[in-house]
Design a protein around this ligand. Structure first.
Ligand code: MG
Length: 317
């Protein structure tokens, strides 16, 4: 039996794509090896968007080709369109993510296409990937609110999710792109999709901690039976509005939250049974990532862990 909670790690893609610093390919690969060593089974490693749009991920093909041998790990990459899918396929990658928005304005600003155009292209990409027996995760962004339009109609999200599943997507990842989501919305959305026939094990949630609600939203979804959550080591990335603002849900926060569920059991050395991820090792990866990016990272558990390491080092000095 696998871990009770499936963590989907996005720091190498969603994290790095929003950073001013371009991390060298070798360092990305070292981070990927460390993530594998920490126990992650789903790692999003890059994006095959046009290198001109996201220079931080221009080395997508080199990254995929340099990944470690890890037969039990699924390495994923974002593909924006059929051209991106072709580039991903050339590298031998087996797991891809599509994306589009559930808000017209956000979709136009993000990919310069209407939602209708994006859905048609995305369905084609999904069909092509599935005909090659690839796994497909389809992100829907701005599900719990759009920074331009405000509220997003849950009926629109449901229609999109059903259309993407019908095209062949294995998993729908609901993205709270700018951290506007509230736990009550999360409960409503999960119940709505389940009532529409979407199995809960095919729903993933991608929260942002922009306003401090990532963990409470994760907890609400978990109580509704969702078990796949996206995290980014030390909370890196995720379009923060302002310097220092929080972005993606911090992976260490998620690991810590779920490991505490297991307190009544004997602690297992290293790998926790709930997430399968070693919190201490993720803590070390967070510090390494902070050094690579040259700025303090916002994750709450990350901040706590760094302070504790410093105190321990002082004591032993
Ligand atoms: Mg994100």
């Amino acid at each position: 039996m696998g871990p009770a909670v499936r963590l989907f790690e996005v720091c190498l893609r969603d994290g790095l794509q929003n950073e001013a610093v371009v991390v060298p390919t070798e360092e990305k690969l070292a981070l990927a090896r460390a993530l594998v060593g920490a126990g992650f089974k789903d790692i999003e490693v890059t994006s095959f968007v046009r290198p001109r749009w996201v220079p931080q991920l221009a080395d997508a093909a080199e990254v995929v080709r340099g990944l470690p041998e890890a037969p039990d790990v699924r390495f994923w990459a974002l593909v924006p369109n059929a051209v991106g899918l072709d580039r991903a396929m050339e590298t031998g990658l087996r797991h891809i993510c599509t994306f589009m928005s559930s808000s017209e304005t956000h979709n136009l600003k993000n990919v310069n296409r209407t939602m209708k155009e994006s859905l048609a292209e995305t369905r084609k990409v999904i069909a092509a990937a599935k005909s090659d027996a690839m796994s497909v995760r389809s992100y829907i962004s701005t599900v719990f609110g759009c920074p331009y339009e405000g509220a997003v109609d849950p009926a629109r999200v449901e229609a999109l999710a059903l259309s993407l599943l019908e095209a062949g997507a294995d998993e729908i990842a609901l993205g709270d792109t700018t951290g506007m989501g509230h736990p009550a919305q999360v409960v409503t959305m999960v119940r709505r999709l389940a009532a529409a026939g979407v199995p809960k094990e095919r729903i993933a949630l991608h929260f942002h901690d922009t306003r401090g609600t990532a963990l409470v939203n994760v907890w609400a979804a978990w109580q509704e039976g969702i078990t796949t959550f996206d995290g980014s080591v030390s909370g890196v990335g995720g379009c923060p509005y302002a310097p220092g603002a929080a972005g993606n849900a911090c992976t260490q926060d998620l690991v810590h939250l779920f490991e505490r569920l297991d307190e009544r059991q004997e602690p297992s050395p290293g790998f926790g049974p709930v997430t399968g991820v070693d919190l201490e090792r993720v803590g070390e990866i967070g510090v390494r990532l902070e050094e690579a990016l040259g700025r303090p990272l916002p994750g709450r558990f990350h901040q706590f862990w760094k302070g504790r390491q410093q105190r321990r080092a002082q004591r032993s000095a």
